[in-house]
Design a binder for this molecule. Sequence first.
Ligand code: NDP
Length: 263
Amino acid sequence: MKLFAIFGDPVAHSRSPLMHNSVFKHLNYKACYTRVHLPDGSKLKETFFSLGLSGANITVPHKEAAYEACDEVRGFAKKVGVVNTIVNENGKLIGYNTDADGFMFAIKEFGAIKNILVLGAGGTAKALCARFIEDNIKVTVLNRSQNRLTYFRELGCDCFSWEDFELTKYDLVVNTTSAGLKDEELPAPLELIEKILDNTSFVADAIYGKVTPFLKIAKEKNITFIDGADMLFGQGVLANMIFTNHELKTEDIKNCMSKSFEL
Ligand code: NDP
């Protein structure tokens, strides 16, 4: 029996155990997935091995710490320095990032997107922005503080903090901050959010399982929006393929995992 887990702080809200256990149970894969509350990201590696885990997902705020903890990082995660999926490969910690592909899957329904405003400059924003730039999308980043913006400037994004923000028009605005996750805060001051939402066609929030204060305003303004559930689904399917070493059919994983969203 293999054991998997999600690490985060907070982590109680996570639907990942339900999603992965649904796949393991229905496809008779001998594994179980649990959640681990980890306040200190520097303890990730020792906690992972002391629990005898085969693999794990990493959520807020430890995705950059997860990158540091890995013995080897593969694929897109290497480019962005952000890891959300780790596996134990012969005693070595191998890291991947499935968030960006999960998000691209989620926004397919919006059609061609050419111009995106990203709210926040944490691990999730890094992965998403790098993918958007790869896809030749114009990217603007707006973050509460200045100090995290250097990475995004070097990537080729227009970068602002609340004080110097210059508004233009966007196809899509994405909230990647954790504002609204365990509180009722907005990702930027109300006045700014109002102006931003009056200048976008679509809205997305990485947070799932609740209508955040940000999405509530988008809803009032009749803007088409998605929450983080589709992104969660996309990254979950890809993570499960890594956990099960590609032994299960992708279609079967998708079917079983999507059932868990009805629970
Ligand atoms: P990080 O901790 O790496 O980054 C958090 C970001 O949010 C920073 O830019 C920070 O700004 C900003 N922030 C935090 N609080 C506030 C606030 N009150 N007002 C404005 N800005 C704020 O987090 P992650 O990137 O790992 O995760 C971000 C969110 O995305 C989480 O809510 C997470 O649950 C969600 N997520 C959802 C996924 C899904 O599958 N649906 C996948 C991945 C993430 P500053 O730099 O100023 O501190």
